[in-house]
Design a protein around this ligand. Structure first.
Ligand code: HEM
Length: 161
């Protein structure tokens, strides 16, 4: 069934589709790493956009991190994201989205992070997405395991479908 994008999330039309690319990660407590990534943004005609992400090891192809979420637009220029992690974390983000010429920039910071008893300590997360046509880049920062807020990930993807 092909339904129209809900008008409340029309600002997110530029994201809909599947994106693939590569990323790198680091943090003071771990060895640096790289990954292959696939992100699919979808919708069902309701006032949210779905987000499903998977990563794989570039040499072995084995699964690495994955996450799923919902993106919402509460008003002009504002964005809310709910993101669930298999590591026992649930992030709530709020932030802004702006158009900079042909580039859409989404910049969000956690307002709360829920954690299961066994999850690692993560107290702040921030994400910045930049989308221009079929090119997407993002960065991810976190305060975690006793470390101050700093870079964990950056990736570059292209729309493939
Ligand atoms: C593309 C997505 C991601 C990839 C590929 C990735 C990959 C990794 C890898 C390889 C490690 C080190 C080994 C391990 O503990 O598994 C790690 C550690 C960690 N990551 Fe990520 N990660 C991603 C996203 C995230 C997100 C979204 C969060 C938080 C919401 C996060 C929080 C952490 C934490 C807390 C650690 C442990 C650091 C430590 O124990 O010293 N990661 N990540």
């Amino acid at each position: 069934m092909d339904v129209a994008l809900h008008p409340d999330v029309s600002w997110l039309a530029a994201l809909i589709g599947t994106w693939e690319g590569t990323g790198t990660g680091e943090y003071p407590t771990i060895d640096g790493f790289s990954y292959l990534e696939s992100i699919t943004f979808g919708h069902v005609g309701k006032p949210f956009v779905t987000y499903a992400q998977r990563t794989r090891h570039p040499e072995t192809g084995l699964p690495m991190h994955a996450e799923m979420g919902y993106w919402r637009i509460p008003g002009p220029g504002a964005i809310e994201i709910v993101m669930a992690q298999p590591t026992g974390l649930a992030e709530i983000y709020e932030g802004a989205m702006v158009l900079d010429g042909p580039t859409m920039v989404v910049d969000v910071r956690s307002t709360s992070i829920g954690a299961t008893t066994s999850a690692k300590e993560v107290t702040i997360t921030e994400r910045t997405f930049s989308v221009s046509g079929d090119e997407m880049q993002y960065t991810f920062r976190m305060a975690a395991v006793g470390q101050p807020l700093q870079h964990h990930l950056s990736a570059r993807l292209q729309r493939v479908a």
